[in-house]
Design a protein. Structure first.
Length: 288
């Protein structure tokens, strides 16, 4: 199975799991909250943060934007969508801040214009969201930028995943198993898909988790996931549609710690007597 390079990191078998803290829209349109989330991800030991970028009037129809929807930003769905969307000034500050912290960032882009927008920054890869996996034109446009791609496969059939991979090609590609419910119930996660996808596609496979807990994301690594992506928040009770499916500060710290402990415990599959067992063996064994 061919590994890929994301930034200065090798991702795939034989390498530490690449842990992505999904900020998404949990910044609630506030650059100061975004910076606090970047700081949280770095302190927790994550490898990168991810945002979401949309050209609002392209992704949503005028009818959809005009629908009534109460939020802190106004009374319509459009007020909400524009209120949550960072533009050039904010992304320049995100880029500056992450460079200062020596911490990678990238984004999932929901339309071709958003891909072009993010391409002006030196991001290490692109993310294709589960909702975009069947958008052939967007997939082709994203691939045309020549950067590694991470593609989520939530709300998709196996045939749709096959089709997306056929368009993308297998070079510089990681696919993520995901269940697109927020938050996801444990009986919806189907983690056994991870080894199945590794065998079917001969590609690095990761896991994008929307569950509320930690053990299943750690278990995904034991099943072969080379990337773990989880939403993070400062406070799960904050306003926002993704906050409840996110990990708070203690949660993301614990998850990173547990993944690193698991990686240490997995070993190299060579059965041997370790040095610290020798005195115990001499003390307890009667024969052999």
């Amino acid at each position: 199975m061919k590994n890929i390079t994301i930034g200065n990191r090798q991702v795939g078998d034989g390498n530490p799991c690449y842990i992505v803290a999904e900020i998404g829209i949990n910044h609630n349109g506030d650059i100061d909250i975004a910076k606090k989330l970047i700081d949280l991800a770095k302190v927790a030991g994550c490898d990168a943060v991810k945002f979401q970028k949309r050209t609002v009037d392209v992704v949503y129809s005028p009818e959809e934007l005009a629908k009534p929807r109460e939020s802190p930003y106004g009374d319509t769905n459009g007020d909400l969508k524009y209120g949550l969307e960072f533009e050039l000034e904010e992304y320049r500050e995100i880029d500056r801040y992450c460079k200062e912290k020596k911490f990678p960032w990238f984004a999932s882009c929901w339309d071709e214009g958003a891909v072009d927008f993010i391409n002006q920054f030196d991001v290490p890869c692109y993310k294709i969201a589960s909702a975009s996996l069947t958008d052939d034109e967007l997939i082709r446009h994203t691939r045309s930028k020549g950067r590694p791609i991470i593609a989520s496969t939530g709300m998709s059939t196996l045939e749709q995943v096959d089709h997306a991979i056929e368009i993308l090609g297998k070079n510089d590609l990681v696919i993520l198993h995901a269940t697109s419910t927020y938050p996801a119930n444990y009986n919806e996660l189907n983690l056994s898909v991870i080894p199945m996808m590794r065998k079917r596609y001969d590609l690095p496979v990761g896991f994008s988790g929307h569950e509320t807990g930690i053990p299943t994301s750690v278990a995904a690594v034991a099943l072969g996931a080379c990337i773990i992506e989880r939403h993070i928040t400062i406070d799960r009770t904050m306003w926002g549609s993704d906050q409840a499916a996110s990990l708070g500060p203690s949660g993301i710290v614990q998850m990173v710690r547990d993944i690193r402990l698991l990686e240490m415990a997995m070993g190299d599959a060579v059965k041997r007597v370790i040095e610290r067992e020798v005195p115990i063996m001499k003390k307890l064994r009667r024969k052999g």
